[in-house]
Design a protein around this ligand. Structure first.
Ligand code: TPP
Ligand code: MG
Length: 712
């Protein structure tokens, strides 16, 4: 035995000792898992490069030249094996933050990684917006990744599903990776359910390092083994493997990929790995891992055992090893120097790529035809017209299809949504473009995000706003951040349709909620709310042609009101986003409102004007709640000098608070009176109509406030 080489890895100086054998040059041997020697050496090179990049980042963090570090040390073998099972540029990848070696193997360069670590403007994954190891590469189909553990699963399912519409026979698969800790998230199970229901070409790779920060797996996962837990999922191909063993990992990943490519359904590879360092540089694993445990893990380090094995097989000699490690050192050094010279993002760039540069600003004149139709009919018709125009539009959600059992369609009328907004879409466009989903709101939105990534135009419905909350993580942390966090590399033009609001008599707490302000507070998300059939048609069409994510709020009470009907304005009728409508002109009081309060404000204004000859009230329907039409508000208040902001939602911390604050702040000199607000009491909507009436704002409340402000 003599030393093969000195390897300088992480906190240790390692001497590799091997029995020196003659180098083998013969072709692919079975015991090499069908891989040729050069591929194996290449695999080692990537593993080593990944480790040296982690080491370099740790140094840079200690020097305060980067601001965060999370290491992939111990995970490299299975990651490189996974990459070898993929077809770069064709398959889609949703990586986890430890996947440095996977991303290197797929083609992300060390320089690109270090540009992200230093937060450079030239960081191709995020332009200095995301922490290191938040991978993303449009050209390599590595989908921009985020920090929440678990959101990736449903998106990956949607991405795999999109292949079905785009190119059924491409054999492309999607890989989604995670730690074992993240498999505790509900979305993991939701995604597995969808993947098995739809037999999706989706490989789940669980890199089980036994810890989620400090929480050991036996406390995380019932029975301590996730692949045993998932054994009941029908059609799921499972592999449990030693993720430190490169060849075994390659076998498992290849088999899983093949199973998916052949259209058999999803696969899950459960790879046991080790986490050689603390969770991140903000953690100290010595607080919860014993010295013996750490020493045992260090001995099994794949970046050491793999070259040792290569040498023992006669595939790697001292000279080649030195050459590879020298090249890696050079590459890391050059990339570091270049990254440290890179310019940071300009301060003025903070808002770039929050919304699409393609503004949804087109507007067309209505070409009216036919009798007046209700708002829900206008929505239904607009959906159908746009689905005819754009084959990328898919509609899904709970109960949105006419009948999931297609054979029933010859006998039954069909459901088509609990409010009938999607009636007939499945019948006309088929079950591939309008279908029911499991009751899993997070996944409904997550799936839509994954579909949009591949160019579909998903239009999910959340049945009631009251039940949107499981999807909040996907909406706030994913949907709205996609474009910004990838600095324009990815976009997410999903339209989420949501019935909202009260005044239904009997809707009570869970069928009356407003809550739009929870969403208007989200940068990057467009929030739109029509108050009548004509606006619903024009705004929905704009949403369906928009490049940004849109939350389209449909007031349930307004769906079938007689007063807000409209003849069809034509199949190209568009209303631009961010443009309010002056519903009624007036001279000495402005009411800024939207949704169900538009008509109530109008009624109140007419009452007040009738009994007060000096009153002249302007009512503005915002229509777009975010971004909204400040110019319309400003112009009106400049004229009237008095303003009320009125909405159905609760007063405190509400939509009106923002508008009132801005009017007070920017238009103070124009005001003759304080800005007032009208909204619901700060409580839940009660079941009994008398209770509901007392809680939600009524015409009398609006009239009273108008009188009082005019008298101020
Ligand atoms: C939804 C969510 N909850 C909590 C966190 C904080 N967090 C980040 S990583 C992590 C542990 C994840 O463990 P595991 O999935 O096993 O991955 P590992 O870090 O071990 O590779 C936690 C709790 C988060 N990022 N997202
Ligand atoms: Mg873990």
């Amino acid at each position: 035995m003599r030393p093969l080489a000195q390897l300088d890895i992480g906190r240790r100086q390692i001497t590799l000792e091997v029995v020196s054998l003659p180098i083998r040059t013969e072709p692919v041997a079975d015991h090499l898992g069908g891989l040729d020697p050069e591929t194996l050496i290449h695999a080692f090179r990537i593993m080593h490069l990944s480790r040296r990049l982690d080491d370099r980042e740790i140094t840079l963090k200690r020097q305060n030249r980067i601001f965060f570090q999370i290491s992939g040390a111990g995970h490299e073998a299975v990651q490189v094996a996974a990459a070898l099972a993929l077809r770069p540029g064709q398959d889609w990848i949703y990586p986890y933050y430890r996947d440095r070696a996977l991303c290197l193997a797929l083609g992300v360069t060390p320089l690109e990684m270090l540009l992200q670590a230093v937060g450079a403007a030239a960081d191709p994954a995020s332009g200095g917006r995301q922490m290191p190891s938040h991978w993303g590469s449009p050209k390599l189909n590595i989908v921009t990744s985020s920090s929440p553990t678990g959101t990736q699963f449903a998106q990956a399912a949607g991405c795999a599903e999109a292949g079905r519409y785009l190119n059924k026979d491409s054999g492309a698969i999607t890989l989604v990776t995670s730690g074992e800790g993240a498999t505790s998230e509900g979305e993991f199970w939701e995604a597995l359910n969808i993947a098995c229901l739809e037999r999706l070409p989706l490989v789940f790779l669980v890199e089980d390092n036994g810890y989620a920060i400090s929480v050991p797996v036996e406390v995380q996962t019932a029975g301590g083994n996730v692949s045993q837990l998932v054994s009941g999922f029908p059609g799921l191909f499972r592999q449990e493997v030693d993720g430190l063993d490169f060849l075994a990992s390659h076998r498992a990943m290849s088999a899983a990929a093949r199973y998916c490519r052949e259209g058999n359904g999803p696969a899950l590879v459960h790879a046991h790995v080790i986490r050689l360092l603390s969770h991140s540089l903000s953690d100290d694993e010595r607080l919860y891992k014993t010295a013996a445990e750490r020493a045992f893990e260090a001995e099994r380090d794949p970046v050491l055992t793999f070259p040792r094995w290569l040498a023992n097989q006669g595939l790697l000699d001292r000279q080649r090893l030195q050459l590879v490690t020298h090249e890696v050192e050079e590459e890391v050094q050059q990339a570091t120097e270049q990254a440290l010279r890179a310019a940071p993002p300009a301060r003025e760039s903070a808002l770039v790529n929050l919304y699409s540069p393609k503004q949804a600003s087109a507007s067309t004149q209505p070409q009216f035809e036919g009798p007046p139709a209700t708002m829900v009919d206008a929505i239904n018709r607009t959906l159908a017209e746009e689905m005819r125009r754009d084959s990328m539009i898919v509609v899904f959600g709970e109960d949105v299809a006419d009948s999931s059992r297609e054979e029933n369609l010859c006998e039954v009328k069909g459901k088509g949504g609990v409010f009938k907004a999607t009636a007939g879409l499945q019948r006309e466009f088929g079950s591939e473009r309008c279908f029911n989903t499991p009751i899993a709101e997070a996944s409904i939105v997550g799936r839509a995000i994954g579909m949009a990534t591949r160019g579909l135009k998903p239009v999910p419905e959340i049945q009631f706003l009251d039940y949107i909350w499981p999807a909040m993580m996907q909406i706030r942390n994913e949907l709205a951040t996609f474009r910004w966090r990838s600095n324009g590399g990815f976009s997410c033009p999903v339209v989420i349709r949501v019935p909202i609001g009260g005044y239904l008599n009997g809707g009570a707490i869970y069928h009356s909620q407003s809550g739009e302000v929870e969403f208007t507070h989200i940068p990057g998300l467009r929030v739109v709310m029509p108050s009548n059939a004509l606006d619903a048609c024009g705004l929905l069409r704009t949403a369906l042609r928009s490049d940004d994510p849109v939350l389209f709020l449909e007031h349930k009470k307004l769906y079938r009101e007689p007063y807000n009907r409209s003849p069809h304005p034509g199949k190209d009728y568009l209303i631009p986003f961010g443009k309010a409508r002056v519903v009624k002109t007036g001279a000495n009081l402005t009411v800024v409102t939207y949704g169900a309060i538009v008509q109530k404000s109008l009624q109140a204004a007419l009452q007040v004007e009738k009994r007060n000859p000096h009153a002249s009230i302007e009512v503005i329907d915002l229509r777009s709640l975010s971004p909204y039409d400040w110019e319309a508000i400003r112009a009106s208040v400049a004229k009237t000098s008095r303003a009320i902001v009125a909405h159905e939602d609760t007063i405190s911390w509400g939509y009106g608070a923002e508008i009132a604050a801005r009017i007070s702040s920017e238009l103070f000199d124009m005001l003759d009176a304080p800005v007032r607000r009208v909204g619901a009491l700060d409580t839940w909507v009660g079941y009994h109509p008398q209770l509901e009436g007392a809680i939600l704002p009524q015409v009398e409340d609006l009239a009273r406030e108008m009188d009082s402000l005019l008298a101020y």
